[in-house]
Design a protein around this ligand. Structure first.
Ligand SMILES: NC(=O)c1ccc[n+]([C@@H]2O[C@H](COP(=O)([O-])OP(=O)(O)OC[C@H]3O[C@@H](n4cnc5c(N)ncnc54)[C@H](OP(=O)(O)O)[C@@H]3O)[C@@H](O)[C@H]2O)c1
Length: 328
């Protein structure tokens, strides 16, 4: 099969086509003939050499795929063969075929095209777990999300809207703010032209908000904490702005703040299966009813994985980038 990989970390130009054996599904796994694969910022970080695949994962990037089940592991009945699914995978998505745990697959309903299906698992699993499970979001609360037009940010806006949260996002331009509002954010702050802490104070009339989903870290953390109301929760999912932060622990104590965070890829299969099952029950009905769709930026052919990464790194995208896998 064709796949896009690299020998040494580097810029988007390190991608090169590879010919690899089609992987074989083991126990609990299915083989998926891929139609589209999602591109995520963690793939870019992996390509740069800062996010190695966990033990046992494919060195080929790609954390989410959509396509058709074409084979099943020895312990499975084979009843899923022929079905269209999307799946969360630990790597290997930038290829014509990939194996996935059957318990990490979601059935693609009618009306959801495969490009959209491939754009769902990574952000859906990440946002659901971090906002609702770790962050204990409840309807009526207000959520602050940085990177409002990112893959993660656009999913956070949409899930928050579905589950009754008010969202405030920050973005790096007026155009991105306008896009975030169009996608469903209640408020969008251009962090380059205004101080988001002051803006949050103004929007919440001084009361602060309940939850921050943070992908920046560094010097954003004390500023995020300043946006929180008493008993507020701060969830870290990335460190794009720096790994260390200086915190006033007296403030955390006095205002009873909670700091948490997580990374999805290295979590055990059993955890991802439980998360997938919860999403199938709580969120997937909204996908089936057409109420939840990913925000799509654009598709690149698989062979242009490097261009897709360059496009993501240029930072102008709104929502999700996917790779189209053409089969002969
Ligand atoms: N913990 C997890 O399990 C998990 C899972 C998936 C993704 N993530 C992380 O979530 C983040 C978003 O992922 P994504 O796929 O949605 O990425 P993406 O679409 O490329 O978005 C990244 C966003 O971050 C903002 N940003 C702020 N500071 C930045 C900086 N220093 N460098 C680059 N971008 C910066 C940019 O928005 P502005 O232009 O508006 O600033 C951009 O929209 C990534 O850091 C990724 O690693 C974590």
């Amino acid at each position: 099969m064709k796949a896009m990989g690299f020998d040494e970390p580097g810029g988007p130009e390190v991608f090169r086509p590879e010919t690899l054996p089609v992987p074989q599904p083991g126990p609990g796994e299915v083989l998926i003939k891929i139609a589209y694969a999602g591109v995520n910022r963690p793939d870019v970080i992996q390509r740069k050499g800062h996010y190695p695949p966990p033990p046992g994962a494919s060195p080929i990037p790609g954390l989410e795929i959509a396509g058709t089940v074409v084979a099943a592991g020895p312990d499975l009945s084979g009843e899923r063969i022929g079905q269209e699914v999307c799946a969360l995978v630990t790597g290997g998505g930038y290829a014509e075929y990939c194996v996935a745990k059957i318990d990490h697959c979601l059935t693609v309903p009618e009306g959801l095209d495969l490009a959209e299906a491939a754009a769902l698992p990574e952000t859906l699993f990440t946002v659901w777990h971090n906002v609702f499970e770790r962050g204990w979001a409840r309807d009526g609360e207000t959520l602050l999300v940085h990177g409002g037009t990112s893959g993660i940010g656009t999913m956070a806006i949409k899930l928050a809207g579905l589950f009754g949260l008010t969202t405030i996002v920050t973005c790096g331009s007026d155009e991105k703010c306008a896009a975030a509002l169009r996608i469903g954010a209640d408020h969008a702050i251009n962090y380059k032209t205004s101080d988001f802490v002051e803006e949050v104070k103004r929007i919440t009339e001084g009361s602060g908000l309940e939850l921050v989903l943070d992908m920046v870290s560094g010097d954003y953390v004390p500023r995020n904490l300043a946006c929180l109301a008493e008993d507020g929760r701060h969830v870290t999912i990335a460190v794009l702005g720096g790994m260390t932060a200086e915190l006033n622990m007296a403030q955390i104590m006095a205002r009873r703040l909670t700091l948490t965070g997580s990374t999805l890829r290295a979590r055990p299969d059993e955890f991802k299966a439980l998360l997938c099952d919860e999403i199938a029950q709580t969120v997937w009905p909204a996908v089936e009813e057409g109420k939840l769709r990913p925000e799509m930026d654009r598709a690149f052919p698989l062979e242009q994985a490097g261009d897709a990464h360059a496009h993501m790194e240029a930072g102008g995208h709104i929502g999700k980038i996917v790779l189209k896998v053409a089969h002969d």
